[in-house]
Design a protein around this ligand. Structure first.
Ligand code: NAD
Ligand code: ZN
Length: 381
């Protein structure tokens, strides 16, 4: 496919667009004069954004925990239509509805060929630019976004999949799925038998933790514990089928359950927060011989346990960015076939927020305002 390709579409690159901009910690501006993204490489696509998500990861720079370059357009979750592309983009057509995993990936390097697209040697995180240097990419909380390596990064949204489902598949749901698989040591659709005997505790019930709860239940585990200090998020986790507990009560709740009593803790624990406190709590909940899988992004160097703590319980520790593009190769067909369900209503609390309300949305999300779990922007409105 060649659409407009670097200047062939005369409007692209000359107009201004609406979008959000990170200017400093706790400061997100809505602007109407952002430069349009343009094709700069053969494998680029320009996507007109229909939905853009606000993720817990956006809070790290917003709250000042993770330095980010002022002027960056944030956001790494999107569904949109392709409106322009470089000469090397043959896999898609103009107007195709696509989702983007939150990192770009070349599809050719060793990590890409071994189900680790999140660590592609040429890949980059959307909506994040380091404070120093020119690396990084502007993100999706704008009317349009440039996706590099688009032919191997973007995924066409199948007709039966809703746009909100597709948005969640590009990050939070697939990350939760990855977390549950990593903690349980299974790989859907094969090798799931052992999950049926297992218990799992999910620390953190934001959209990622809720997705991990849902994934674990769909993988057939015997019991899911969901842990979060926020009552409303615990309630949502319980509606999915988890036994919910406040962090301070969680050890006692696990100790009362006959399954975790027998094993001395949960055989699998997911940490979906990204703080030393949550990490420390997660470790206390794992049974000897069990696995702790961390998907929370840790921006502090403090580590709440030592290699000796893992040794003393024969624990397995897994951590990392979800290789969303790789996982979608096997997960998306299951969603299309109706064998895996994405709990859209549990995960998304606000689904059509205009970008102009972005600064307020960030404030509400960061202070955990009542009822706010995941906010989705509609850039076109
Ligand atoms: P979120 O901010 O909406 O949710 C975090 C939840 O953790 C909140 O509900 C909060 O109340 C809870 N929490 C805080 N301290 C806790 C504690 N001590 N014990 C239990 N719960 C606690 O964020 P999210 O969008 O759900 O993302 C969760 C984490 O996952 C973030 O760190 C994010 O950066 C990370 N993330 C990682 C990947 C990946 O690929 N590894 C992808 C997406 C998000
Ligand atoms: Zn994210």
């Amino acid at each position: 496919m060649i659409i407009g390709s670097s200047g062939r579409n005369p409007t692209i690159g000359k107009e201004r667009m609406n979008g959000l901009v990170f200017t400093a910690p706790h400061e997100i501006d809505f602007r109407r004069d952002l430069p349009e993204p343009v094709v700069v490489a053969d494998r680029d696509a320009i996507v007109s954004v229909r939905l853009a998500g606000l993720c817990g990861s956006d809070l790290h720079p917003y709250t000042g925990r993770e330095p980010m370059r002022a002027g960056t357009i944030p956001g790494h979750e999107l569904v949109g239509t392709i409106i322009d592309a470089g000469n090397g983009m043959h896999a898609f057509s103009a107007g195709d509805l696509v989702l983007a995993p939150f990192t770009s990936s070349c599809g050719r390097c060793h990590p890409c060929r071994h189900e680790l697209s999140a660590r592609c040697r040429e890949g980059a995180l959307l909506g994040f630019r380091p404070e120093v240097g020119e690396l990084g990419l502007d993100g999706a909380q704008a009317e349009r976004v440039r996706i590099p390596l688009a032919d191997s990064t973007l995924v066409r949204v199948p007709p039966m999949v809703s746009e909100e489902t597709a948005l969640l598949l590009g990050d939070n749901f697939t990350t939760g799925w990855f977390a549950a698989e990593s903690a349980l040591g299974v790989r859907y659709p094969s090798r799931t038998e052992q999950a049926k005997e297992m218990t799992i505790a999910v620390v953190g019930c934001g959209a990622v933790g809720l997705a991990a709860v849902s994934a674990a239940l769909q993988l057939g585990v015997a019991r899911v514990f969901a842990i979060d200090p926020i009552e409303e998020r615990r309630r949502v986790a319980a509606t999915l089928g988890a036994v919910a507990a406040h962090p301070d009560e969680s050890a006692a709740v696990l100790a009362r359950d006959p399954r975790t009593q027998e094993t001395g803790g949960a055989m699998a624990v997911v940490e979906a927060v990204g703080s030393p406190a949550a990490q420390g709590l997660a470790l206390t909940l794992v049974a000897a011989g069990g696995t702790l899988a961390t998907v929370g992004v840790h921006t502090q160097s403090a580590f709440s346990f030592s290699p000796g703590d893992l040794y003393d319980q024969n624990l397995t520790y897994r951590a990392g960015r979800a290789p969303v593009r790789s996982i979608l190769d096997r997960l998306l067909p299951e969603v299309v076939a109706g064998r895996v369900a994405v709990p859209v209503e549990a995960m998304i609390s606000e689904s059509a927020v205009p970008l102009a309300e972005g600064p307020d949305a960030y404030r509400r999300f960061a202070r955990r305002a009542e009822g706010v779990r995941k906010i989705v922007f509609v850039p076109g409105s």
